[in-house]
Design a protein around this ligand. Structure first.
Ligand code: TXA
Ligand code: MG
Length: 345
């Protein structure tokens, strides 16, 4: 469904002003944030928000996050802000946190998929804030990828996914965090992490003042997914994706790809496991080494994008230590790989 003429706007005053006008007249604008690029529409305009679902091929029952330029605008959209939520707003907003709160009636059902709650976020990226100020209305936005694909963390990725489907794309810097926001629901007795992301469980724990923290990352928790979006396929590159956490698994995948003539992209952490055999590129094996978990988070989706562009048949990614931002990386990797480690190939 590529039918629209897409304007490329610069991240400057006139670009933000044009983007704001497009939003106010019901159009779609792709904009940068510190987590990933978003696909935005006026959150108070049900028709405009319906356009988001069409552009992404997104299931209707998967609600959108609403973005505002500051916490004052955010508070006006929430029916109630419990004290525990106020503490999180104080500690982490603006920033890569989304809070699920009771919604005000003027937020249309299209945005929340009929739920009585709404996801609210104030991005910290200066270009995101400038865009949202110029929009003058709250902006509903999912990540700016086709449904099921990795989220864009650069202008080039956002353009490849959305040109022809939206009215404008803002050309800005690469996303600094690189993975989506942490989604937290505040209940009477606890904080529930619905999606691990840019704010770690450890950071939340420090700010939560002893309040119980539930949910978070689990490798295969049963039961219905708490955030509707979590039941869908997600973050998948075109290449078959496999994970490894031992040198033997890495070796097994390399042998399998060499034997089958498959081109392989490898993402490694610079750690003791890989100290002996680091970046040894050959014609059919391309290796990327991440120096820290932060760098891994920031570059993960971009590496998926590049490996797909280079025609890799298989992507092999190292499963990181599940702590700090590593929880979010592990969560996205498990979805990208359908939970498959490189074994028995
Ligand atoms: O970092 C981010 O959060 C990015 C940037 C653009 O802000 N946005 C993003 O949106 O990742 P999206 O649509 O790709 O993911 C939003 C997730 C979905 O899994 C959705 O089901 C969940 O948030 N969600 C939204 N509203 C919700 C609600 N009221 N209750 C529970 N989950 C909700
Ligand atoms: Mg998404």
């Amino acid at each position: 469904m590529k039918t629209k003429e897409t304007l490329i706007l610069e991240a400057d005053q006139s670009g933000f002003a044009a983007a704001g006008r497009i939003i106010r007249r019901g159009g779609l604008v792709v904009f940068p944030t510190e987590t990933v690029y978003g696909l935005g529409a006026n959150a108070l305009d049900a028709g405009a928000c319906a356009g988001i679902f069409a552009a992404k091929g997104r299931p209707q029952d998967n609600p959108l996050i609403v973005h505002t330029a500051d916490v004052f605008a955010l508070a006006r959209l929430a029916g109630d802000v419990p004290p525990r939520a106020a503490a999180l707003i104080q500690a982490f907003m603006p920033g890569p946190l989304t809070l699920i709160l009771p919604k005000k009636p003027d937020i249309p059902d299209t945005v929340t998929a009929g739920l009585p709650t709404v996801g609210l976020r104030v991005p910290s990226d200066p270009a995101a804030a400038a865009f949202l100020r110029h929009a003058e209305v709250p902006v509903a936005a999912p990540s700016a990828n086709l449904s099921g694909r990795p989220s864009p963390t650069s202008f080039a990725m956002a353009r490849a996914a959305m040109e022809g489907r939206v009215d404008a794309i803002i050309r800005a810097e690469d996303s600094r965090v690189g993975l989506e926001s942490t989604i937290v629901r505040v209940t009477e007795s606890a904080l529930e992490i619905l999606r691990p992301g840019g704010i770690s469980e450890e950071q939340l724990r420090l700010a939560a003042g002893g309040c119980e923290i539930r949910g978070s990352f689990s490798e295969n928790s049963g039961g219905p997914p708490p955030a509707p979006g979590m039941k869908y396929a997600h973050y998948k590159p075109k290449a078959e994706t496999l994970l490894f956490r031992t040198a033997a698994q890495r070796r097994a995948c390399e042998v399998y790809c060499a034997g089958a003539g498959k081109k392989l992209g490898v993402i490694l952490l610079a750690d003791s496991l890989n100290a002996e055999r680091a970046a040894a590129d050959t014609k059919n094996v391309i290796t990327r080494q991440m120096l820290s978990a932060q760098e891994y988070a920031r570059r993960l989706y971009a590496e998926f994008f590049v490996f797909d562009r280079l025609g890799c048949d298989v992507i092999l990614a190292q499963y990181p230590p599940v702590e700090g931002i590593g929880r979010a990386i592990a969560n996205r990797l498990l979805k990208a790989a359908d939970g498959r480690f490189a074994e028995g190939l």
